[in-house]
Design a protein. Structure first.
Length: 94
């Protein structure tokens, strides 16, 4: 599975930008930006937004979210899960 850092590095390199230029845009030291690409440091939400705007990409891609792997629940499902959890708690604490 590709990591967040690998994704941003792939995007930066495919557009031909050096780390320093992207780091400057994100108001980071180049060494800190390198840590993000190497998965030793995280971007904050503002940096993520700026990166996405700079490269005109979706944050979903960077975060590894694809249409097929989003987990959504209906109200009925949530209510059913709640009932099952209550049953489990009742069984455990009898």
């Amino acid at each position: 599975m590709i990591t967040f850092g690998e994704r941003i590095k792939e995007i930066r390199e495919s557009k031909g930008f050096p780390q320093k230029q992207v780091a400057d845009f994100l108001k980071l030291q180049r060494s800190n930006y390198s840590k993000i690409e190497n998965n030793h440091q995280n971007m904050n939400h503002k940096q993520l937004k700026l990166f996405c705007e700079f490269f005109d990409i979706s944050a979903d891609y960077l975060l590894g979210i694809t249409p097929g792997n989003k987990k959504t629940f209906t109200l009925d499902t949530v209510e059913e899960l709640g009932k099952r959890l209550e049953e489990i708690k009742d069984t455990m604490f009898r």
